[in-house]
Design a protein around this ligand. Sequence first.
Ligand SMILES: [Zn+2]
Ligand SMILES: [Zn+2]
Length: 387
Amino acid sequence: MDLKQTAAERFDAVEAELRDISHWMYHNPEIAFEEFDTSARLVEFLRNNGFDVEYPSFGLDTAFAARAGNDGPEVVICAEYDALPEVGHACGHNIIATAALGAGVALFDAAAELGFRVRVQGTPAEEAYGGKVDLINNGAFVGAALSMMIHPSPSDVVDPNFLGVAHIDVEFTGKESHAAFAPQLGTNALDAAVQAYVNISMLRQALYPTDKVHGVIEYGGGAPNVIPAFTKMSWYVRAATTERLDELHDRVVACFAAAAGATGCSYEVKPRGHTYTDLISDPLLAGLYASNSKALGRPMGRGADRDPGAAGSTDMGNVSHEVPAIHPMIGIDCAPWVNHQKEFADATILAPGDKAIRDGALAMAHTVIDVAAGNRWDDLRKPPVRA
Ligand SMILES: [Zn+2]
Ligand SMILES: [Zn+2]
């Protein structure tokens, strides 16, 4: 029997349950590294469907590794499931997780028949910290033949543009004083924060369209009549390549230093979580995914046709520097809303959101079947070997 057809039938048998899990996740969002109930529910599904599940896995309490197949190249399907503070599943990770589960189940027979292994890898904390970087560092992608995931979005793009991002906090320290009768004895750390903001705003003129610097004052002082002795800012710095990201990071830190110098404060830069790299889409996988998605009635756009500056960041980028990978974006008919808006979360449980689970799961499964059936493993891109 046709393996793609078998995969679709396998998926059909669990589609209703996957939809229920996606909707349950929408109603029960858990943020980065707090995905305890969510990971437990996903693991329960995978165990019930015959996977051998290690949970927790690779050193993270809310990560799991669900394996099927006995030998051959290993395919890693990534499942993200963290939500965002306040806006819940406004990035649609409920669709990512359930599509990953669906792809895993769909590949069960093909793995045995064609001689490959499939692992649904639970990857916590994509929205903050970069859980996949911890997983990489703990060996989760060593020896993997390829990795893939899908991500809901306003539109369908098989090889989207993603920027590298560094998350940096900066703290300014001065000296408190009475703001009215002895301001000359104080050193104003809020002035340093404001000056840093202004310096970076001026730096914007010299940025490429794919450079992004955005930040907030997280603590700006305690009372108007006390010169603030301490302030804290949080910044994201993004760029199209790792090299450019390093350059831009240094320019931003120079803005902090200049602000501290001008105001007489000291400053300390603290990285928050891991740096995310840009995303490299494997050309063979992207091409196969696009044709399989088209066959399912969902033609995919190409990243090269999109504004390269209209891009976010993902820790799947780091995975794509380790193993051949793709991260297609799947439209959920959510216009005018976009990711990280509350209305986007609401759209994930409407019919187009449910359909994205099916289309994503099957396009991933069928792509893996094409690679395995055609023995195309050696045609995948060879990522640089890490020192
Ligand atoms: Zn997001
Ligand atoms: Zn996301």
